[in-house]
Design a protein around this ligand. Structure first.
Ligand code: ADP
Ligand code: MG
Length: 402
């Protein structure tokens, strides 16, 4: 059931005490980690841990695999609640990094930090490393898919590329692992935004530019001379201070062009519906903020009801899409993994262009930062539409399990 690939052999047999493996999603990182954790003679009082970003991930992802691996030993004792196995007096346990105070202990002989980019660097520096100093032969494996430069993973990777013989690092893409075919990868590439594809499958450290529309490039996306096609619709965001509508047309090849925008200050949905009708009587379909089906910005009728009363066809999901889903869908439309641009903007759309250039991501959640009250409304309006019509769906083989 468990196979050792040549790549795994190379990593496992390397003499460095601290190994860093940067690899794409579904490379086989967790399997490799668990097999490495159990390798060699298991001595009494030895302690070997695999740490995942959260206890829950450990329970869902690592426990079933580790259980299968350890059941090959007739003398294993299993403690399911503590996610712990004992073989020959050697403790093999699964831990979550979210509460690092729970990780403190006397000694540790072998440790894996799986999905390391999603852990705080202090888990290693302040908690785990001190536990390893009692045994000079203790070993650590840092493994994971990259997530930008700002977490400690990139620094450890560089360390493994340097002259220190205690440290060694490797970088592999998903296909190198041997569990995902090139065809499957090509399919993912077509369906994903380029930066995310590079990060998740090519295991590359991508600049976390921190901009929501990180694929937006005014040189490429702002186009003035473009004929407006007959297929037209509107994206809309409701706010009292700044009511936004962006007008979009679609061409037969599936590309879209934002050809105009309406921005109303201290207004309401009623006035927006009327203004839209006056300025653009040929548009009948609106993709608004999904939250507007239940609430109203200024009236006792919901925003969606008001739009319908003005004869508009309102298209919105019942469930509010996550910021991340919207960001992914928007960026894929701006530039997909194959370098195709599927969205352009008329220079008239000043609010939209400002948002595409200036809206930034919230550092903690990765969502859209909402501090600046002037910003994000045009970006919201344009991305509700895109997320509804062109959502980013990732093949089930690639859904994040951890
Ligand atoms: N050594 C292995 N032996 C057998 N199957 C493996 C092995 N490594 C990976 N796989 C298969 O590939 C899938 C992904 O492996 P996993 O370790 O969860 O990837 P990652 O942690 O890199 O996302 C596993 O569910 C399993 O089906
Ligand atoms: Mg994994």
């Amino acid at each position: 059931m468990f196979k050792m690939s040549p790549v795994m052999e190379e990593i496992a047999s390397h003499p460095a005490r601290f190994k860093v493996v940067v690899a794409g999603r579904r490379f086989g990182k967790t399997y490799l980690s668990l097999m490495w954790l159990l390798m060699g003679y298991l001595r009494e009082n030895e302690r070997r841990w695999i740490i995942l970003p959260t206890y829950k991930q450990g329970k869902l992802v690592a426990f079933p695999v580790l259980k299968k691996l350890t059941q090959q030993s007739p003398i294993v004792k299993t403690n399911q609640t503590e996610l712990k196995f004992t073989i020959n007096g050697c403790e093999i346990a699964i831990k979550g990094a979210e509460d690092s105070s729970k990780l403190r202990g006397s000694h540790l002989d072998r440790v894996v930090l799986d999905e390391y980019a999603y852990m705080k660097p202090r888990v290693w520096e302040e908690v785990i490393y001190p536990m390893m100093t009692t045994n000079p032969n203790s070993q650590a494996l840092f493994i994971g898919t990259p997530d930008g430069f700002s977490n400690g993973f990139y620094d450890l990777f560089l360390r493994g590329q340097g002259q220190d013989s205690d440290w060694k690092s490797w970088q592999f893409n998903t296909v190198d692992g041997g569990w995902v075919s090139k065809e499957e990868l090509a399919r993912a590439k077509r369906n994903m935004d380029e930066r995310i594809f590079k990060q998740e499958f090519m295991a590359s450290f991508e600049t976390a530019q921190n901009r929501v529309a990180y694929n937006f490039d005014r040189m490429k996306h702002i186009v003035s001379e473009k004929e407006v096609s007959a297929t037209k619709f509107v994206g809309m965001d409701f706010n009292v201070s700044k009511m936004m509508a962006v007008l979009c047309c679609e061409y037969s090849d599936g590309t879209i062009h934002y050809y105009d925008e309406i921005c109303l200050h201290n207004s309401n949905t009623e006035e927006m519906a009327k203004t839209l009708k006056d300025l653009h009587p040929d548009v009948a379909v609106i993709y608004p903020d999904p939250a507007g089906h239940a609430r109203s910005t200024t009236s006792n009728r919901s925003d969606h009801v008001i739009l319908r009363e003005h004869g508009y066809s309102v298209r919105a999901k019942r469930k509010h899409p996550s910021h991340i889903d919207r960001i992914n869908a928007l960026n894929r439309k701006l530039l997909d993994a194959n370098g195709k641009i599927s969205m352009t903007i008329n220079p008239k759309c000043k609010e939209l262009i400002k948002d595409l250039e200036q809206c930034v991501r919230d550092l903690k959640s990765g969502g859209i930062a909402k501090q600046d009250l002037e910003r994000t409304h045009a970006l919201d309006a344009c991305s509700y539409l895109i997320e509804y019509r062109w959502p980013v769906t990732v093949s089930r083989a690639f859904t994040k399990q951890w």
